[in-house]
Ligand binder design. Sequence first.
Ligand SMILES: Cc1cc2nc3c(=O)[nH]c(=O)nc-3n(C[C@H](O)[C@H](O)[C@H](O)COP(=O)(O)OP(=O)(O)OC[C@H]3O[C@@H](n4cnc5c(N)ncnc54)[C@H](O)[C@@H]3O)c2cc1C
Length: 551
Amino acid sequence: MPKKRVVIVGGVAGGATCAARLRRLDEQAEILLFDRGPYVSFANCGLPYYVGNVIRDEEKLLQATPALFKDRFNIEVRTQSEVLSINREARNITVRDIMKGREYTEPYDELVLSPGAAPIRPKWPGAHLPGIFTLRTIPDSREIREWIDSRNPRKAVIVGGGFIGLEMAENLIHRGIAVTIVEMANQLMPPLDREMAEYARLHLIAHKVRLSLGDGVTGFESSANGGLIVHTQAKAVFEADLVVLAIGVRPETGLARNAGLEIGERGGIRVDKTMRTSDPHIWAIGDAVEVKGRMSGEFELIPLARPANNQARIAADAICGRDVQYRGVLGTAVCGFFGLTAAMTGATEKALRRAGTVDFEVVYLHPTQHVTYYPGAHPIHLKLLFRKPDGLVLGAQAIGEAGVARRVDVIATAIQMGATVFDLEDAELCYAPQYGAAKDPVNLAGMIAANVLRGDVELAPWDKLNSRQALLLDVREVHEHHTDAIPGSRNIPLAQLRSRLNELPRSGEIWINCGIGQRSYYACRILRQNGFRARNLSGGAQTYKVLYPLQ
Ligand SMILES: Cc1cc2nc3c(=O)[nH]c(=O)nc-3n(C[C@H](O)[C@H](O)[C@H](O)COP(=O)(O)OP(=O)(O)OC[C@H]3O[C@@H](n4cnc5c(N)ncnc54)[C@H](O)[C@@H]3O)c2cc1C
């Protein structure tokens, strides 16, 4: 067999992984990796923490060097080498050596594109003024650090309240800079359902981050004192000494487009299940491609490191003739800021509604990450979505100070195995007091959902609370009801319920709430077995607090 020449464009998450996997599968192949930047295999996910001085040593961001690639994998890496074009007929690429300013061609048998995605910098007036940054590479983070070190900025505006925006907020505050986040959507973390993102909003406010939601930036200008002025659609004006644009990324498709490769409707390079593009000798992976969502079945752009790594392995395997297929992307993601963790996997309620899906149900719960008697228990606010009537798990979102990622990872794995809520209910997970509870939050989520599907309890629709015909019954203690009653609710503490059934109407429904949905579930069971039509408000007052300020 003649030895294969595989050329890879982009040497970070996707490209470097693909190169290393190729070598493990084919010792004979000639593998060349090009990156236009000065580094390969760097930790772009660590960049916010480098800006924030949590990671102080830049070298720590380098996971591999060209020398390591050569010595360990016999892979030739050329940095500062921009691939300018692809000649599909001749099967070669044109490369510009950025340092020497010369151009040359390199032939390939197979070409892998992993050029990533570029941060969006809209054509707003002043968008290129000094002091306005995006963050994608080590040099980008170095520039922000240098700006902070030399200018000692007092105020920063972060445009965009997504995952990177929130990580940057924490890190800039860590550097002693006051932060305002301007986000066009009416919530932070737009991929999350809005009520779950509300926990993030409250937490950021508690950490003195100023928020301007539902208002888009329109432009920037220099101020008389050498700073920047940020203008918004609502005519708000923010002063800043530093601006970070974190409003998303756009797939780098220039090379692919110019080579006539198929681009999909979401704007990413279109690939098949083996990560092959519309050209049989060109493969594409990572942030630059659009892939089918596992839950939606539609093409999606999900710029995350795990899918890029997974796709890199699939492409390498397929190039080496292995029978592999990418199973699609789930969008499992996690983000931490000021001690809070928000994580999600699979479908959100808004995505399901947007797609016109109706056969699903939602439950909220607020268990602690471990037993409450062990010190340091914190609530996890968990939302589980599942299909009716079979209970297929569709998605989950969780937010809290501890134990969040573990629960979402368990549910993500369950989703990928086609699990139902009955599987979550039954799942055997590890337990000791400092780690969890004998009924883990994942089990509880499964139990609550399974109770609904088995008909043991009916849920009251939160969105109909204000238009309900039903009696609203709060079964908490009197003092709890006094503290934060849902308007219009009547209070009968759970312990008195059995003896006060005669006070309740036999006609019409009774919607029951408590603090987090547990006592109200017990109350539902009592009432239903006594012939009442009772429904539970899942998640109780805790869910009400985040759902209803938003209505
Ligand atoms: C600040 C930040 C934080 C992040 N945090 C997380 C996180 O916590 N979790 C997570 O899952 N994901 C995170 N991500 C996203 C994750 O880093 C990306 O999904 C992943 O790196 C994508 O891999 P990729 O190979 O497609 O692209 P990249 O890793 O971006 O690599 C693309 C490379 O291709 C090079 N290139 C492009 N065009 C050419 C060309 N024509 N010639 C030569 N070279 C070229 C680029 O210079 C770049 O080095 C973060 C990203 C950033 C920027």
